[in-house]
Design a binder for this molecule. Structure first.
Ligand code: SF4
Length: 238
């Protein structure tokens, strides 16, 4: 078995707690209008252009282990890392066996069976909830959010939700509805979970997909107030 890896970042302070190695796997089943890394979307099974690293789970984990004294843990991201599920599961298991802290950065669109398979090997999930309204979600990503919202509940119940993120794009979706829904759910069960509100920005996106404007500072404060009023204690606005 091999994995198709877009990039490995040896040091990151923004992808989870502490200094983290971040592994970006190729491929995503969504096609978000605001994706900043559209080159990571195609699911690739061979690398004719030589832009990817192709590695076995053992080789990748051996590389991580050589850095273990310099990092707090590993965050596995994408694209959408769960698209290469068997590879992901194997590296998570091996990292866990090596006692390395593992976070999964995901859009949440994986089957319940796969989610339950991977849970024993990870320390937490960083989950994107792009929209709660199904029509908005389809418009933003091209796909349904049914499984994402189910998995949100399962991650909450398992106490494995490290962070939730929502990109604020009021011109294209009902961001207030999403922010309120997520905040109320988190406030009820896990009010110390970090909720990150990310202002939509145009740089790096495929501009043919949207001509939406970035939210203003006042708008971002409005969304932050929704979260605060719901009772969440850990809010980040970017
Ligand atoms: S889920 Fe992430 S990687 Fe996939 S298309 Fe959306 S923004 Fe891009």
């Amino acid at each position: 078995m091999v994995g198709y890896i877009r990039k490995v970042l040896k040091n990151s302070s923004v992808d989870g707690p502490g200094n983290r190695m971040v592994i970006f796997l190729q491929g995503c089943q969504f096609n978000c209008i605001y994706c900043h890394n559209p080159e990571t979307i195609p699911v690739i099974k061979s690398d004719k252009e030589g832009t990817l690293k192709i590695m076995t789970p053992s080789d990748l984990v051996a590389e991580v282990v050589t850095y273990r004294d310099y990092i707090s843990g590993v965050t596995i991201s994408g694209g959408e890392c769960t698209v290469q599920f068997d590879f992901l599961e194997t590296i998570c298991q091996k990292l866990h066996e090596n006692k390395i802290h593992v976070l999964i950065d995901t859009n949440g669109d994986l089957s319940e069976i796969n989610l339950k398979k991977i849970m024993p090997w990870v320390d937490g999930f960083m989950l994107d909830i792009k929209a709660v309204d199904p029509i908005d979600h389809k418009k933003l990503t091209g796909k349904s959010n049914e499984q994402v919202l189910k998995n949100f509940e399962l991650m909450l119940e398992a106490n494995l939700l490290f962070e939730v993120r929502t990109v604020i794009i009021p011109d294209e979706s009902n961001s207030a509805h999403t922010v309120l829904w997520v905040s109320q759910k988190l406030a009820e069960k896990a009010p110390y979970t970090r909720y990150k509100l990310i202002a939509f920005r145009k740089h790096g996106i495929d501009k043919s997909k949207t001509d939406a404007s970035s939210p203003t500072l006042e708008q971002m404060n409005y969304y932050k107030n929704i979260v605060t009023k719901a009772g969440l204690k850990n809010i980040i606005v970017l």
